[in-house]
Design a protein around this ligand. Sequence first.
Ligand code: ASP
Length: 332
Amino acid sequence: MKRILLLTTGGTIASRLTDEGLAPGLDGEALARSLGALGDSYDITVRDILHLDSSNIQPEEWRLIARHVFEAREGFDGIVISHGTDTMAYTASVLSFMVRGIPVPVVLTGAQLPIEHPLTDGLDNLRTAFAMAAQGCPGVFLAFGRRVMLGCRAVKTHTTDFAAFDSVNWPAVAVVNGSGLTIREEAIPRVPGPCVLRDELCQQVFLIKLTPGLDPEIFDMLLRMHYRGVVIEAFGAGGLHFIRRNLIEKLHAAARAGMAVVVCSQCLYESSDFSLYQAGQRALAQGVIQGWDMTTEAAVTKLMWALGQTDRVEEVRGIFNESLCGEIQNRR
Ligand code: ASP
């Protein structure tokens, strides 16, 4: 029987109705019990590590989860993490970097309806997550809506639909269909071990979604606030304004001040390429780092993680030039 560790962190899946609305109230034993007879197919160990709505899961909690995962890597065949859906894609991304090379499957899942609701999707999601965790493919994954995706490619795209997550710019690594759990091995990147816990993070990372006419002085403010990194979701394949309000000039100032600036697209699908247009080329000349086809969640958490490993922008650039766990398909 496969030994599966269930780490619970809260979220809707474990929520009950309170006077203030839904709040996490169920423990992991209750989640495991909901699997019914299926639970007998696995040797399940439960650890309740957090009881939070995932809006309250922040870098401190990421580190805690990462440590539990890292410590369990040898004692279990797979790890399932139950988690709220709202920030699950961030947690899945950051874990992919923090425990890169983990030798067992680590599968995050959750639900749109609490596990005690008669129409819950949680049961289905837990079943998929357990099946994936028992399959032995190493890596960090997110299971939802009968699909399993790479943790660093998952994005929450729906607030209530049961297919709440999409695997962006990367095929789902497994689907549940009439053949059971069908894994596409070729979509799972081989990440060389050994796994080393690298959980240092820099929290001074800001995300800017560009809007037409955005005041470039935002960069002065960020520098005053000691931000060390910025991810810019630029327009389309790679546009940012430089007439009247000159963002490019500010990128220059940010680079001189030692800030790491990563640019990607505010389009959800396909890749940015800042070499295409004049505006993008000017930004590149100021030393911005291309985010290519990364999800925003992966770009932000990778930058937090990279700045946690080094103070040097050139080293951050090197880290972004490499795909660590399938998060980027470098076009160069
Ligand atoms: N607010 C909840 C959370 O992220 C939503 C969910 O789990 O679906 O914890």
